[in-house]
Design a protein around this ligand. Structure first.
Ligand SMILES: Nc1ncnc2c1ncn2[C@@H]1O[C@H](COP(=O)(O)OP(=O)(O)OP(=O)(O)O)[C@@H](O)[C@H]1O
Ligand SMILES: [Zn+2]
Length: 663
C-alpha cells in the first residue's frame, strides 16, 4: 500500500535538513502524510523538513508543526533512497536530506509573483545517419534495457566514436513513453558544445542543474523536476539528489571522471549513487566512457554491467599518431626548457598548415614553486602544508588548497633577502610566456578554471576556438575531455608525469585516462591528428600503453597489480580523517580511535598517519585507512566502532567510503 495516501494526526517524526541522523518528534493537528514537507520550530529557528514516520517515541514538551507545504510529498522511494545513501556513506540522514532540499526559497510562499521559466517539452528528435557500429550498439542496448526494468549498460567507445549520439538515440526512445531522463556530466563538460548538440537533435534545450544557476533558476528547476515538467535534466553530480516525479532513465557520461566524487561535506561518488538510485527505482542506467574505470570494467567482467563497444571513430576521422619525447635526453642535449625541440617543431608545422594546437599542462598560474635564491626557503601558505603558486594575472601568490592570496613577495620571510626569488617549474601562464617568445605572431588562449570563471566566458572562449581565432590553446584539465574542434590536430602534453607522483593508488589509472582523453582531442574530423607526450619516464606502462594504442594491455597490467595488493576494485577501502586546530589533540584522537577498533580478523588498519596534506586551512589532519575484502560490511563495522568512541567536540571526523583522494 502506498503510505502517502494515509493521513494521520497526532505524533509524528520529522527529518530535518541538518547534519544529524535522528528525526524529531512533533505533534500535528492537521492531517499529514509521510513525505509531506512541513515547517517546524527547531531551537530558535523555523525549519522545513519532511514527515519521516508516524511511530513517534514519547518525549515530553513536544512542539507543534507550524505549516504544511502545498508541494507534493517526497515519495516513498526517495525517502528510502535517502536512508540507503546515508547508510552506505555512513553520513547523517539529515545531511543527505539537505542535498535534496537545499533550497529554502522553494518552500516559502513567494512575496512577489515569481518569474516563470518555461521548460519546453516539445522534443522532436532528429536522428542522424548512424554508422554501422553506432546502429548496432543502439539496437543492442535498446533490446537489453527493454528486456528488464533495471540494468547497467556501459557504452565503451573510443574518443570521437559518437557515444553521445548513441545515448541521445536511447533517450529519444525513452522520452516517447513519457517520464524523465537525468544526464549526469562532470561539471567541466557542461559546456556549450554539448547543449548545442542536444538542441540540434532534440529541438529544445534540456533543464540544467549546476553551480552556475541563479537562485530563481534553481528554484524553478527544482519545482519543475518535482512536478515532472522538466523531462530531460542535465546536471553535475548534485542533480542526482533532486526529487524527480517520474524518473525513467539515468545516463552518466564520462563515468570514469573523478569529478563525480564529492570530497567535501557529504562525501559520495555520484556514479555509484546513481547506480544505486537506478536499482531502487528499477530503471536502466547508461554509463559512457572512452576510458572506463577499473571498477566498471570489473563489474562488466562479473556480468553485473553489460558492455557495448564502439571500436572506431565516427566518419573519416582516424586515431592520432602518438610519440613520446624523453625529457632526460632533451636535458643532456642542452635543452633545459620545458618545451622540447620535437614539440616546438610540431607546433610550427601545425600552424603553418593553418591548424590548431592544444598544449596540455595541468597546472594553473605562472610557477608552482617560488624559492629564495639566498637561503633556499620555499614560499608556503600560512594555513596549509602547500606552496604558494605565483600568478601573473592578476599578480598574486595563491594557495590552491585554501584560496589564500598574498602580494608578490618583496623580501624573503626567512632571511630578509630583497627581491631575490626564483620561480620553479611551469604553470600555464609561464608556458604562454614561452610560446609568445618563440612564436610572437601566434594567437594564444589560456583555458584554466581561474581564467574562465563563468559559463558565459566559457561559451565565448569555445566560440573563439571554433571560429579559429586562436592558434594555440594552453589548457588544464578543463580542456582534456568532451571538446570537439575539427581543426585541432596537434596535442602536446607538457608534463605527462605530473599525476604519477604521490601515494594515490589510482595514480596510473588516472594519468592514463587523462592523457588518453586529451590525446583524443586531436584530429577528430578530416584532418589527421598527432600527439607529442613529454615525459621523464617513457618506459612507464602508462606511456607504453598510450604509444601502442593498447588500452587493454594497460588495464590488464593495472588489474594485476591491484589484485596483488587486494586494492579496489578487488578489495575495499575506507578512509577516516581526523582534523582540528590543535595538532596534538588530533593525533591523540586518531590514535585512540585505532585503539578502539572492534576485534575482527577481516580487516587491516593502516595508520594513523599524518595526512600528506598535513594542514589545510589551519586544521591539522591525520588519516586512517581501513582495508578489507570486498564483501566486508564496512558500514556495519564503522557504526559499531563509532558507537564506542567519544570524539572531542573540536575534532572533525570524516568518513570516506571508497576513497579516491589520499591527500
Ligand atoms: N552518426 C553521426 N552523425 C553525425 N555526426 C556524428 C555522428 N556520430 C558522431 N558524430 C560527430 O562526431 C563527433 C564525435 O562524437 P562524440 O562527441 O559523440 O564522440 P564521443 O565518443 O563522445 O567522444 P569523446 O569520448 O572523445 O568525447 C561529434 O562532432 C559528433 O557530432
Ligand atoms: Zn592554503
Amino acid at each position: 500500500m502506498n503510505s502517502q495516501k494515509e493521513t494521520f494526526q497526532g505524533r509524528i517524526q520529522v527529518l530535518l535538513p541538518v547534519p544529524l541522523d535522528n528525526s524529531f518528534d512533533y505533534t500535528t493537528e492537521q492531517p499529514l502524510c509521510l513525505g509531506d514537507f512541513v515547517q517546524v520550530p527547531f531551537g530558535k529557528k523555523k525549519l522545513w523538513g519532511v514527515v519521516w514516520s508516524q511511530q513517534a517515541v514519547f518525549e515530553s514538551n513536544v512542539k507543534t508543526v507550524i505549516a504544511k507545504s502545498t508541494l507534493p510529498p517526497l515519495s516513498d522511494l526517495m525517502r528510502q533512497y535517502i536512508e540507503w545513501v546515508a547508510d552506505y556513506i555512513v553520513a547523517p540522514r539529515g545531511a543527505v536530506l539537505k542535498m535534496v532540499m537545499n533550497l529554502p526559497a522553494v518552500f516559502n510562499e513567494p512575496k512577489r509573483a515569481r518569474k516563470k521559466f518555461q521548460f519546453s517539452n516539445n522534443f522532436s528528435y532528429r536522428s542522424p545517419d548512424l554508422s554501422e557500429d553506432q546502429e548496432r550498439v543502439v539496437v543492442e542496448i535498446k533490446q537489453y534495457i527493454n528486456a528488464q526494468p533495471y540494468s547497467v549498460s556501459l557504452i565503451d567507445g573510443v574518443t570521437g566514436s559518437g557515444k553521445t549520439e548513441v545515448y541521445f538515440e536511447i533517450i529519444a526512445e525513452k522520452l516517447s513513453d513519457g517520464g524523465q531522463v537525468l544526464i549526469l556530466l562532470p561539471e567541466i563538460s557542461l559546456g556549450p558544445q554539448w547543449f548545442q548538440r542536444f538542441k540540434e537533435r532534440f529541438g529544445v534545450e534540456p533543464a540544467q542543474w549546476h553551480s552556475d544557476l541563479t537562485p530563481a533558476q534553481r528554484r524553478e528547476t527544482w519545482l519543475a523536476i518535482q512536478r515532472g515538467e522538466a523531462q530531460v535534466v542535465v546536471g553535475a553530480r548534485s542533480a542526482l539528489f533532486l526529487p524527480y516525479a517520474n524518473l525513467k532513465m539515468i545516463v552518466v557520461d564520462e563515468e570514469h571522471e573523478q569529478a563525480f566524487k564529492q570530497e567535501e561535506g557529504v562525501i559520495y561518488h555520484a556514479r555509484d549513487m546513481a547506480i544505486a538510485r537506478a536499482h531502487m527505482e528499477q530503471i536502466p542506467i547508461l554509463l559512457a566512457s572512452a576510458t572506463p574505470s577499473l571498477e566498471t570494467i570489473d563489474n562488466c567482467e562479473r556480468h553485473r554491467y553489460k558492455r557495448f563497444y564502439l571500436p572506431e571513430r565516427f566518419g573519416d576521422a582516424c586515431f592520432p599518431s602518438i610519440t613520446t619525447v624523453d625529457m632526460r635526453t632533451e636535458g643532456t642535449r642542452g635543452n633545459h626548457n620545458w618545451l622540447s625541440s620535437t614539440l616546438s617543431e610540431a607546433i610550427k608545422q601545425t600552424v603553418e598548415r593553418s591548424e590548431q594546437v592544444l598544449l596540455f599542462l595541468n597546472r594553473r598560474g605562472y610557477a608552482p614553486l617560488t624559492l629564495c635564491r639566498k637561503c633556499g626557503a620555499r614560499v608556503t601558505c600560512p594555513h596549509c602544508t602547500a606552496w604558494l603558486v605565483e600568478h601573473k594575472k592578476p599578480p598574486r601568490m595563491e594557495c590552491h588548497h585554501c584560496g589564500h592570496t598574498a602580494n608578490i613577495l618583496k623580501s624573503c620571510d626567512a632571511c630578509s633577502a630583497e627581491e631575490d626569488f626564483v620561480a620553479c617549474g611551469p604553470g600555464v601562464e609561464r608556458l604562454e610566456e614561452e610560446i609568445k617568445k618563440r612564436f610572437p605572431n601566434l594567437r594564444c588562449l589560456i583555458m584554466a578554471s581561474d581564467r574562465v570563471t563563468t559559463s558565459k566566458m566559457l561559451n565565448e572562449a569555445i566560440a573563439k576556438i571554433q571560429q579559429h581565432e586562436v592558434d594555440i590553446v594552453i589548457g588544464t584539465q578543463m580542456m582534456a575531455k568532451g571538446h570537439h574542434f575539427p581543426k585541432l590536430t596537434l596535442v602536446g602534453v607538457i608534463d605527462a608525469d605530473l599525476g604519477l607522483a604521490g601515494g594515490d593508488l589510482r595514480a596510473s589509472e588516472k594519468t592514463f585516462q587523462l592523457l588518453h582523453q586529451v590525446s583524443g582531442r586531436a584530429g577528430r574530423a578530416e584532418y589527421k591528428g598527432s600527439v607529442v607526450i613529454q615525459t621523464y619516464q617513457p618506459e612507464h606502462p602508462v606511456m607504453q600503453a598510450l604509444l601502442e594504442h593498447d588500452r587493454d594491455k594497460f588495464i590488464a597490467f593495472e588489474q594485476e597489480s591491484r589484485k596483488l595488493f587486494h586494492m579496489p576494485p578487488y578489495g575495499r577501502l575506507v578512509a577516516v580523517v581526523f582534523s582540528g586546530t590543535d595538532g596534538l589533540l588530533v593525533e591523540r584522537t586518531a590514535r585512540s580511535f585505532v585503539l578502539k577498533a572492534p576485534l575482527h580478523d577481516q580487516f587491516e588498519i593502516l595508520g594513523p598517519a599524518r595526512a600528506p596534506l598535513a594542514v589545510i586551512r589551519g586544521r591539522h589532519r591525520w588519516r586512517i585507512l581501513i582495508k578489507g575484502p570486498k564483501e566486508l560490511s564496512v558500514q556495519k563495522l564503522l557504526k559499531f566502532w563509532l558507537k564506542g568512541f567519544d570524539c572531542p567536540a573540536s575534532i572533525k571526523l570524516s568518513i570516506d567510503v571508497d576513497p579516491y583522494s589520499f591527500l
